[in-house]
Design a protein around this ligand. Structure first.
Ligand code: NDP
Length: 237
């Protein structure tokens, strides 16, 4: 059977690095993001027979359409990576309801919607694997990130529950929880201010997280696991 992987948030950052590794391993990929131009450029850079799709994960209709289109053009999806995510960091007292909703909708509801669509397809294929990209702050919490932490903590609870729900259908669900990683999401952070608190003394690179994602996608006896990839940050948080 073809290995077909849908990567939501695959156009940039961690998702893009996952795409690079999976392309080298012979997967057929769907690179999915809101900005079609960037998604198409990423799919093109990978070489081979990959496709780009435009989709806002927070919109159920978009997610359903994307799965229909993927099935039409690539075949059934048997691997799913949820790397689409946003942050709107702020102290809770300053956070707007709009920012709360957009983080919860993109980071949590979005992954629920993509998992629901993927699991339906995986049940018919009698197997599949999902990796959701959480965050260390979903386990530890972080000041100025209460809503973002809630979205990622929720994602961990959701993933573990879903892992139980679908295990008998030979579908595995795992989480990678990164610390600070060099991507657009962290480009405004001054690494100097943070690195002395990171045991390994630096931010991570997208490919370093991507290796953990691929490991979980391809580990047939691992499910319901949260793999922390944070340079040791959790040791001191
Ligand atoms: P980037 O900002 O580099 O990339 C985010 C990706 O998600 C882009 O492809 C973006 O494309 C896509 N995306 C964002 N919103 C949506 C949406 N509503 N629908 C579809 N796609 C969307 O982020 P990272 O690579 O850093 O983050 C990847 C994941 O890792 C996120 O879930 C993030 O929370 C998590 N993470 C990141 C950390 C870090 O330090 N970088 C640390 C811990 C966790 P487009 O804008 O075109 O939609």
């Amino acid at each position: 059977m073809d290995k077909v992987c849908a990567i939501f948030g695959g156009s940039r950052g961690i998702g893009r690095a996952v795409a690079q590794l999976l392309a080298q391993k012979g997967y057929r990929l769907a690179i999915i993001a809101r900005n079609m131009e960037v998604a198409r450029a990423t799919a093109g850079d990978l070489g081979g027979d990959h496709m780009a799709f435009s989709c806002d994960v927070a919109k159920e209709h978009d997610v359903q359409n994307t799965f229909e289109e993927m099935e039409k053009h690539l075949g059934r999806v048997n691997f799913l990576v949820n790397a689409a995510g946003i942050n709107r960091d702020n102290l809770l007292v300053r956070a707007t309801t709009e920012d709360m909703i957009s983080q919860l909708h993109t980071n949590l509801l979005g992954s629920m919607l993509t998992c629901k669509a993927a699991v339906r397809s995986m049940i018919q294929q009698q197997g599949g694997a999902i990796v959701n990209v959480g965050s260390i702050v979903g386990l530890k919490g972080n000041s100025g990130q209460s809503v973002y932490s809630a979205s990622k903590g929720g994602l961990i609870g959701f993933s573990r529950a879903l892992a139980k729900e679908v295990a008998r259908k030979k579908i595995r669900v795992n989480v990678v929880a990164p610390g600070f990683v060099h991507t657009d999401m962290t480009k405004d952070l001054k690494e100097e201010h943070f690195k002395e608190n990171i045991p390994l003394g630096r931010f991570g690179e997208p490919l370093e997280v991507a290796h953990a994602v691929v490991f979980l996608l391809e580990s047939p006896y691992v499910t319901g696991h949260v793999l922390v990839v944070d340079g040791g940050l959790q040791l001191i948080m």
